[in-house]
Design a binder for this molecule. Structure first.
Ligand code: UDP
Length: 419
């Protein structure tokens, strides 16, 4: 057990998150599960005795350069490309070398040594590649989503060759690839030709101090109408996450039980960068004649999301692809059942009929049937919600960090043994 491991005093780890600041607004175009992962895992690794420096690009001209996120965790903004908020991720590609140099300059100035690099998404992976060969330290990478999988699905805009090639290089050059599901491991082996023994599967976690069943939530504070059943969608608003499929299913439900059904759906997430996509969904809802039942409240901070999960009868996860699907875990931890497509690791997490359902297809009829099942049931009471919550209580971020630390320790030891 890692608890009994003599961890060397405050080993330093450089975490790289070039394109997305972990403090960004969750639920907007490029900020979601990856930022949550980085924040939570950095805090937990620091509790285990590591010092964590997270490097991201300077995105605001007046923003603070170094922020102490939690004990032992610093967030460091360094120059890479233009300093503004909205940036197409691919525009950062030519700045990778500059970013790597800026990280190295920072290291020299601070007179510190990093024992391991943990990079996130392929752009950071490419930066990690440069730093790992300069510093002669091991490099673990987490790609979060894969271009090859996205392109195979053919939903939304195709991912460019630049990303495919970049991912392939990172997969080949890194020492370890961390994924959160067996499915993603298979994808990396099958689609990128990676050796399976360099991939570690470590499921994601949930902040159980925040996401938990609440005895009482004042529904009116959240715009709910008495006795109305509530269906939630939470996440970045993009075609791959299937909000359009959800609307098609809701239209079927509307037709089937217009008279008796008092239900509403909140599509949470989005923000300015997703304006076009939200307008498209709004039009779809209008065309389907269900706009009276649908609200788009925009992004909601996690501290408030827990109230929504507690109010909702069911969370819909209609995605075509998820590398994990954190929102499902957050809902379950809050005692809210989840109806999901068979994505991420959800089939191993959701207990059929008890904490939700996983549908085998991406079919609007199947999704409508499963959602209807949950909103026609008596709402779960507090103790039933607690039982749902307990079904995921082993998936804490501290457990994830312990598993990750074991992988990191073995990587660091391998380097010393080889030297
Ligand atoms: N999220 C949020 N507010 C929103 C929408 C999303 O805080 O309005 C958070 C949500 O709590 C979750 C993350 O964004 O932690 C989305 O992660 P997920 O793994 O579901 O999707 P990803 O963004 O990785 O595709």
């Amino acid at each position: 057990m890692i608890d009994n491991l003599a961890l060397p005093g405050r080993l330093r780890i450089a975490m790289l998150s070039l394109h997305s600041c972990p403090l960004g607004n969750l639920g907007t175009k490029d900020t979601g599960g990856m930022s949550v992962y980085i924040r939570e895992i950095a805090a937990e690794l620091a509790k285990l005795g590591y010092s964590i420096d997270i490097f991201t690009r300077q995105h605001s001209p007046h923003g603070k350069r170094i922020i102490n996120l939690s004990p032992g965790v610093r967030l460091i903004h360094l120059h890479a490309g233009e300093t503004h908020e909205m940036v197409n991720k691919l525009e950062l590609y030519p700045h990778i070398t500059d970013f790597a140099k800026a990280v190295d300059d920072f290291r020299v100035k601070e007179n510190v040594t990093y024992k391991l690099i943990f990079s996130h998404y392929w752009l950071s992976g490419a930066t990690g590649q440069i730093l790992s060969s300069n510093w002669k330290v091991p490099h673990a990478v987490m790609l979060h989503t894969l271009a090859a999988v996205k392109n195979q699905l053919g939903i939304g805009k195709a991912e460019p060759e630049l990303r495919l090639q970049g991912e392939t290089r990172v997969i080949q050059s890194s020492d370890k690839i961390i994924v959160s599901t067996e499915n993603e491991k298979c994808n990396i082996v099958d689609l990128y030709g990676a050796r399976s023994n360099k991939i570690s599967v470590i499921p994601c976690g949930v902040n159980t101090n925040l996401f938990k069943p609440l005895k009482q939530v004042n529904a009116e504070n959240f715009g709910a109408i008495k006795d109305e059943r509530l269906i939630l969608y939470v996440g970045r608003i993009e075609p791959l996450k299937g909000p359009g499929l959800l609307l098609d299913s809701l239209a079927l439900m509307d037709k089937a039980n217009d008279k008796k059904g008092r239900w509403r759906c909140l599509i949470i997430g989005g923000g300015d960068s997703s304006r076009t996509e939200i307008a498209r969904l709004n039009k779809q809802a209008t065309d389907l004649n269900i706009n009276r039942r649908i609200d788009f409240p925009g992004i909601i901070p996690q501290e408030e999301l827990v109230n929504y999960y507690n109010l909702a009868d069911v969370l819909a996860v209609p995605s075509y692809y998820e590398s994990f699907g954190l929102v499902a875990l957050e809902a379950l931890a809050s005692g809210c059942p989840v109806v999901a497509t068979d994505v991420g690791d959800l089939r191993n997490i959701i207990i059929p009929q008890f904490s939700g359902n996983v549908i085998g297809s991406k079919d609007k009829y199947d999704l409508a049937k499963a959602l209807t099942g949950w909103i026609n049931r008596k709402p779960l009471n507090y103790s039933e919600r607690q039982a749902v919550s307990q079904s995921v209580n082993t998936l804490s971020w501290s457990n994830v960090a312990k598993k990750l630390a074991l992988v990191f320790e073995s990587m660091i030891i391998e380097v010393y043994e080889a030297a």
